[in-house]
Design a protein around this ligand. Structure first.
Ligand code: PMP
Length: 369
């Protein structure tokens, strides 16, 4: 479809990002009066029965979608991914050693923040590799007494993704694995047998900013450093069912609608298949351009959610973005730290959006190549 024939343009923003149109329409219809109760969700008490029901449903749908085992608590928190960079070491480091795998800009930020609370070491890094390939877990130097090992399973800026989680036990480590899955949560299943804690800001693959999801194995609760603010102590949050303080009610409501929408699409398996199809289309268009577009990430580490690419001739960048906008393809400009372009293909991006982008990549290269 041409932009003029569609209701809305395709939004390739990295986050805050596109939200399914059905979700936005339902939220708009409920804005003034949620299910006949006379007020909208933003105006209700978080302790009232209406909102308690919304939050409980959101949590149980999320548990079902990701098959979260009973020994994991799901927490609805605030503070975002960067908040968790401090909250995780406060809760899990016990003031000891923490190991990181550095695969791009977001894990690098996590490392810098954790250094304020723990003795941090980098067990492996892809820095300096032209293809940015994720180092094979068998090469990771995990300290025997590490409190946990942190990875970023999808590097939003660099376009690097773990397609399987490492099995630390098989590497001879008992340390829990901590996973920042902010930018690909709900696009693939999670092997919880390999995870101690996972966290994700909601504003990428789920929708609203202001909500941070935390999945924590219950044996990891109750070890927070004394300096930990109570609202960021996982045990306090868990014991109060994420209602110790006022949670981000509107964001939880929108996230709940998105969970329902994902279930209706066929669940995480359907999102997984869609992510494979969309990203394959766009990478194929980039790779078929004969070097007009460049993405150097090793195929096995390429992200299906965030696809950075550069025009060989940067002087065409502005024309590329202007032409894209004309076709209703929005927010393709790359992160300021790396330049170039980036297409984020989150769950809310329909297949037709990826097809439209692939067609534009081809047309633009043909016209300017
Ligand atoms: N981790 C990852 C992987 C991210 O993509 C982002 C946001 N781009 C963050 C952490 C930081 O999230 P926030 O802005 O919510 O603190």
């Amino acid at each position: 479809l041409k932009a003029s024939e569609r209701m809305r343009p395709y939004n390739f923003a990295p986050g805050p990002a596109a939200i399914p149109e059905d979700v936005l329409r339902e939220a708009a219809a409920d804005m003034l009066d949620w299910h006949g109760c006379g007020v909208g969700v933003m105006e209700m008490s978080h302790r009232g029965k209406e909102f308690m029901q919304i939050a409980a449903q959101a949590q149980s749908d999320l548990r079902e979608l990701l098959a979260v085992p009973a020994n994991f608590r799901i927490l609805f928190m605030q503070g975002g991914g960067l908040g968790e960079n401090a909250i995780v070491p406060m809760n899990l480091s016990r003031g000891g050693l923490v190991d990181f795998v550095q695969t791009g800009g977001w894990s690098k930020k996590s490392i810098a923040e954790a250094r304020r609370y723990a003795d941090v070491a980098v067990a492996a890094t892809n820095a300096g590799r032209p293809d940015s390939a994720i180092p094979d877990p068998s090469t990771w130097a995990i300290r025997p007494d590490a409190s946990y090992v942190h990875i970023c399973s999808n590097e939003t800026v660099d376009g690097i993704e773990f397609h399987a989680l490492p099995d630390l036990k098989a590497l001879g480590s008992d340390a829990p694995l901590v996973v920042d899955c902010s930018s690909h949560i709900l696009s693939r299943a999670i092997d919880w047998s390999r995870v101690g804690l996972a966290f994700a800001g909601a504003q990428k693959n789920i929708g609203p900013a202001g909500l941070t999801l935390v999945f924590v194995r219950d044996d990891l609760l109750g070890h927070a450093l004394p300096i930990t603010p109570s609202v960021f102590d996982y045990k306090v949050v868990a014991d109060n069912d994420s209602m110790f303080n006022t949670p981000p009610t509107w964001a939880i409501y929108i996230a709940g609608l998105t969970f329902k929408w994902i279930k209706a699409q066929g669940g995480v398996a359907a999102m997984d298949a869609l992510a494979a199809e969309k990203s394959a289309l766009v990478y194929a268009a980039l790779d078929a351009s004969g070097g007009f577009y460049v993405n150097r990430v090793a195929p096995g580490s390429r992200s299906r959610m965030n696809l950075p690419f550069w025009l060989r001739d940067e002087s065409l960048d502005d024309a590329f973005l202007a032409g894209a906008k004309e076709r209703g393809l929005l927010a393709l400009k790359g992160h300021k730290s790396v330049g170039g372009m980036r297409a984020s293909l989150y769950n809310a991006m329909p297949l037709a959006g990826a097809q439209a982008l692939a067609a534009y990549l081809h047309d633009f290269a043909t016209r300017h190549g």
